[in-house]
Design a protein around this ligand. Sequence first.
Ligand SMILES: O=C(O)[C@H](O)COP(=O)(O)O
Length: 200
Amino acid sequence: MPHYLYLVRHGEQQDAEHGLPDGPLSPRGKRQAQLIAERLSGIPFTSMYHSPLNRAAETAAIMAERMPALEPQPSSLLFDCIPSGPTPDMPKAFESFFGPVTEAEIEAGRAQMDDAVHEFLTPAMGDRHDLLVTHNFVIGWFVRHVFDAPDWRWLGLNQANCGLTIIRVRSAKPPVLVVHNDLGHLPVELRTGLPELQPV
Ligand SMILES: O=C(O)[C@H](O)COP(=O)(O)O
C-alpha cells in the first residue's frame, strides 16, 4: 500500500530579492507552478495542503487549475518557520544565521515541525498520495527527518522554487527519500531559489 508525500516549494515570489516577507508570484513563479502541475498531473492525489502565505497559496491555486480534482487547503503546519535552534554539534559556520532569530521563533518552529511530521509522516492504512506546497526550511526539516539526521541538518539543505521532493512513508521501516529537489520539469532559466549555482 503506497503512501507518498510530494513536497513542492512555492514558485518564485515577485520582488523577493528586495526582502519582502511575502507577496504574489513573479511571472517565472507562475510558469514554474504550471510546469510542476503538468509533471504531477497523473498522480491520484488524496489531498493537497499548502502554506497559508501568498506565494504558496498562489502556487497551489495555479496547480489546482491544471489538476481540477484537487481541492487545495491551507495548513498552518506548513508555514515558513525556523525548525530548530543552534545546538553544540552544529558547525560554527551556521551560528551567524541565528543572530536575528528569537527563542520564541525557534520554539514555535520546533512545535510546528513536530506536529507537521506527526500529521504527514505517520503511516496510513491504505494508499495515500499527499501533496504539500510549502517552504524551503520546512522541506529541509522533512528530509532531515527521513535520515534521522541531527536537528541542525536542515540548514544548508536547499530546494529550488517548484522543485519536487518525494518521500515514501512506510509502516514497519524508516521512510525513504525517493527524489530530492528534482528539477526535470523546469528549463534551466526557471531553476531559481538555490543559493548555489548548478555546475551543469
Ligand atoms: O529558505 C528560506 O530563506 C526560508 O525558509 C524562506 O523560504 P521560502 O522562500 O521557501 O519561503
